[in-house]
Design a binder for this molecule. Structure first.
Ligand code: SF4
Length: 117
């Protein structure tokens, strides 16, 4: 199967407001445990788990800038840790999702995105 990977610019090298993190993110239980055990966040920074499709899901709470794991000026606290939730690592999943987010104003980097090989 051919995969057309979207090559977004490095988040930390462009000037944006981290708007793609404005709504927080769903976090799987194993991700939640890894983040807590690595002292990257506290349990108070997540919602109580809820069930979705029979699976327990946590969600990051929201602060002034959006996801509570955003740092005060720029970027995600988890960015260099290797413990970003899979949803954050894989966003946007495809060009359609990217275009929708861009139209809704929370993926401005799409405007400077380069097509993959
Ligand atoms: S965990 Fe990090 S990358 Fe994911 S929404 Fe929160 S701040 Fe953004």
């Amino acid at each position: 199967m051919r995969c057309n990977k979207i090559h977004l610019p490095n988040c930390m090298e462009i000037n944006c407001a981290d708007d793609c993190c404005r709504y927080g993110v769903d976090v799987l239980p194993e991700e939640y445990r890894r983040i807590i055990l690595s002292n990257l966040a506290t349990s108070q920074e997540f919602t109580r788990p809820y069930k979705r499709d029979g699976e327990l899901i946590y969600r990051t709470k929201l602060g002034k800038r959006g996801c509570v794991l955003l740092m005060p000026r720029r970027g995600c606290r988890l960015h260099l840790s290797g413990h970003k939730p899979i949803t954050c690592q894989t966003f946007p999943k495809n060009l359609s999702e990217a275009k929708t987010a861009n139209r809704q104003g929370y993926l401005p980097c799409l405007d400077i995105m380069k097509p993959g090989p």
